[in-house]
Write a protein that binds this ligand. Structure first.
Ligand SMILES: [Zn+2]
Length: 310
């Protein structure tokens, strides 16, 4: 973990490039040969990783980039402040709070033998960069998580932030992968291939989701939504600016309503939903499954759909 420093200027350039290039550029062939070479490293385990941050993120593919103290040893995953950081595989967590540069961080000793570093976790008490929080559970680490605890893949371990030498830079998770506990490898290809969870709930949890977004299409007991905001109970998660397309089942018995000017609502058919208009919906209380957590079509069932005044 010697060389993870993010310089402000380097980061700003990356962010600017990311904004200009968007995600499409990341999908195309990388024009820089040494980057292609570093991406060709073998997979560290046969199992698919879980992407370590919930919600909207942006990858930088910055492993090996020159930084203040040498080559960048990980990947910077850009995310909103306090976005949930989750376990990329099952294993054991170890808190580490003694590094000025890493700030609040943790190790995840994965069952596959790979060691993961989660660096620059949150140290703010508000949604501003106040630096008033300590490296403790509920601020940097997930609520209720104990140092040395075993976690399951997808289980929240902390919150994305800007502690250490990321202070004042856009919040991001500096994520490192060390197969067998040895030298760092480029996380980028593994992250690109990782399973993206919509949310996480412990096994056996009855959960509900409240979402807002825009209608993409509607019909045949299915509503396609571009989800902007997601709130999960009882997990207590809120994800904003999600920008994720989901197919929600809307059974015949679900309550589909359209608001009227003045506050009244009237029942309508699902076919009444128009592409592009905003929508709020609530899912049935149901047992958390891996399909639901992955946001798969058919796994999320709406209990109520609310459309805006026509
Ligand atoms: Zn970094």
């Amino acid at each position: 973990m010697a060389h993870f420093r993010t310089t402000a200027r380097g980061f700003l350039l990356l962010a600017l490039f990311g904004l200009l290039a968007g995600t499409a550029a990341a999908k195309s062939a990388d024009p820089i040969p040494w980057r292609a070479a570093k991406m060709a490293k073998p997979k560290n385990s046969g199992k698919q990783m879980v992407f370590p941050v919930l919600g909207r993120t942006q990858l930088t593919n910055s492993f090996g980039d020159p930084r203040g103290q040498g080559a960048h040893q990980g990947e910077d995953i850009m995310a909103p402040r306090k976005a949930p950081a989750i376990a990329t595989e099952a294993g054991r967590v170890r808190f580490y709070t003694g590094s000025g540069r890493a700030g609040c961080m943790l190790y995840l000793y994965g069952d596959s033998g790979t060691k993961y570093l989660y660096i620059h976790l949150n140290n703010d008490l508000t949604m501003e960069n106040d630096n008033r929080g300590d490296c403790v559970q509920g601020v940097a680490f997930a609520k209720g998580l104990k140092d040395g605890q075993r976690v399951l893949a997808g289980q929240p371990v902390g919150f994305v932030g800007d502690s250490g030498d990321a202070d004042g830079i856009s919040p991001h998770l500096h994520f490192e992968m060390h197969p067998g506990g040895g030298a760092a490898i480029a996380p980028y290809p593994h992250l690109r291939a990782a399973k993206r969870l919509l949310f996480y709930a412990s096994r056996g949890t009855i959960f509900t989701l409240a979402m807002t977004g825009k209608v993409v299409s509607a019909g045949d007991e299915q509503l396609r939504v571009n989800v902007a905001t997601l709130r999960g109970s009882p997990m207590g998660i809120t994800l904003r600016n999600l920008g994720r397309g989901l197919t929600i089942t809307v059974p015949v018995g679900a309550l589909v309503e359209r608001a009227r000017q003045g506050g009244a609502v009237v029942p309508v058919s699902l076919a009444n939903a128009k592409p592009g208009e905003s929508v709020a919906l609530w899912t049935e209380a149901t047992l958390a499954t891996s399909d639901a957590q992955a946001g798969k079509a058919g796994a999320l069932i709406a209990e109520r759909v609310l459309l805006p005044p026509a």
